[in-house]
Design a protein around this ligand. Structure first.
Ligand code: HMG
Ligand code: MG
Length: 298
C-alpha cells in the first residue's frame, strides 16, 4: 500500500540555484522562497553555508534567511558541511540544518575535499552543537545509485554511510541519486537494503532527472514505503561536482504524480507552477517541469 501523506522537501533555492550560471540577486531568491511557501510547501531548503569559492551562488544565504517571510509551520533549512558553516547558519538564525556525505570516495573528495570518514568525523561536532541548541539535522548521502567517477555504487556502501548519519543523530537521511542514473528496480533494492538498518519513515528520496527516471524511481520508492521526497521547482539545478547532472526532479511533476494517486501533500499545483514560471523568467531559463510546460500550452 502507498503512503497516504507525502512530505515534499523543496530544494530548488539551494540545489537548484547553486548550479545556475548567471548571478541571482538576493531579492529574487527571497521571492522564490516566499512563493514556494505560499504554494503550501512546508519544508524549503533555502541555501547553504559553504565556501563561496566552491559554490559562489550560495554566498548570499545569510541575507536570504534574513529577508524571507517566515511562515509558522514551515521549516527553512540550510546545508552546513562543517562547524564553520554551522556557526554561520546559527548567526543567520537558521533553525534546521543538513549535513551531506557521499557513498563514493571520489565524489566526497571533489564535493567536500575530504574522505567519507573525515566528513563523518566533521559532522559529529555539528550534530553535538545542534543537539545542544535544539536544532534538527537532516543527513544526505550522495551517489546512492551511481557515481560520476566510480560508476556503480553498492547498496551496502550506501547503507553503511546512512547508518552512521542516523546513529550520530540525523533525524532523517535523504538518499541522493546525484547523477540520475538510477532505475526503478535498483531504487527498490536500495531502499530494501538501507531499510533494514534505518526505519523507512526516517528515509527520503532525492532524485535528479538526468536520465528521465526520477518519477519512476519515486513511484518505486513509494512502493517501498518512502514518504518524503526532495524536489526542485521547475526542475532547477544540478550539481557543480557531478558533470552532466541535470536538475532535480521538478516539484510540479512530483506533485502531479502524487495528486493523481490521491496522496495528500497540502501543496497547490497552480501556485507552484506560477512560482516556477516566475523564477524561470528571472533566470531566462526553460522550465524543466513537463507539467508546467503542458499547462502553458493547454
Ligand atoms: P576546504 O577547502 O577543505 O576547507 O573546503 P578548509 O576547512 O580547509 O577551509 C579552507 C577555506 O574555506 C578557508 O577560507 C575557510 O574559511 C573556508 P580561506 O582561509 O581560504 O579564505 N571555509 C568556509 N567558508 C564558508 N563556509 C564554510 C567554510 N568552511 C571552510 N562552511 C568545504 C571544505 C566543505 C568548505 C568546501 O569543500 C565546500 O564548501 N564545498 C561545497 C560543497 C557543496 O556545497 N556542494 C554542493 C552541495 S551537496 C549536493 O548538491 C548534493 C545533494 O544535493 C544530494 C545529491 O544530489 O546527491 C545534497
Ligand atoms: Mg542534489
Amino acid at each position: 500500500t502507498l503512503p497516504q501523506h507525502v512530505r515534499l522537501v523543496e530544494v530548488g533555492p539551494r540545489d537548484g540555484l547553486q548550479n545556475e550560471k548567471q548571478p541571482i540577486g538576493v531579492a529574487d531568491k527571497v521571492r522564490l522562497v516566499d512563493d514556494l511557501t505560499a504554494a503550501g510547501l512546508e519544508y524549503v531548503e533555502v541555501g547553504s553555508f559553504v565556501s563561496p569559492k566552491w559554490v559562489p551562488q550560495m554566498a548570499g544565504s545569510a541575507e536570504v534567511f534574513a529577508q524571507i517571510r517566515q511562515k509558522s509551520g514551515v521549516t527553512y533549512a540550510a546545508l552546513t558541511p562543517n562547524m564553520q558553516g554551522f556557526e554561520a547558519a546559527m548567526a543567520a538564525g537558521v533553525k534546521e540544518v543538513a549535513v551531506f556525505a557521499a557513498a563514493s570516495e571520489s565524489f566526497s573528495q571533489r564535493n567536500i575535499n575530504c574522505s567519507i570518514a573525515e566528513s563523518l568525523a566533521r559532522f559529529v561536532p555539528v550534530l553535538g552543537a545542534a543537539r545542544a541548541r535544539g536544532v534538527r539535522v537532516r543527513g544526505y548521502v550522495s551517489c546512492v545509485l551511481g557515481c560520476p567517477y566510480e560508476g556503480e555504487v553498492a547498496p551496502q556502501q550506501v547503507a553503511s554511510v546512512a547508518r552512521e548519519l542516523f546513529a550520530m543523530g540525523c533525524y532523517e537521511v535523504s538518499l541522493g541519486d546525484t547523477i540520475g542514473t538510477g532505475t526503478a528496480g535498483k531504487t527498490r533494492t536500495l531502499f530494501d537494503v538501507v531499510g533494514r538498518d534505518i526505519p523507512r519513515d526516517r528515509l527520503a528520496g532525492h532524485f535528479h532527472d538526468t536520465y528521465g527516471q526520477a518519477l519512476a524511481n519515486i513511484y518505486a520508492s513509494l512502493l517501498e514505503g518512502i514518504a518524503v521526497f526532495d524536489s526542485s521547482v521547475a526542475g532547477l539545478g544540478g550539481c557543480p561536482y557531478a558533470k552532466g547532472a541535470s536538475g532535480n526532479v521538478a516539484s510540479e511533476d512530483v506533485l502531479y504524480l502524487l495528486d493523481g494517486l490521491g496522496i495528500h501533500t497540502g501543496i497547490d499545483l497552480q501556485a507552484l507552477i506560477a512560482a516556477g514560471e516566475r523564477i524561470c523568467a528571472v533566470l531566462g531559463r526553460d522550465n524543466g517541469s513537463r507539467v508546467a510546460r503542458a499547462r502553458r500550452l493547454g
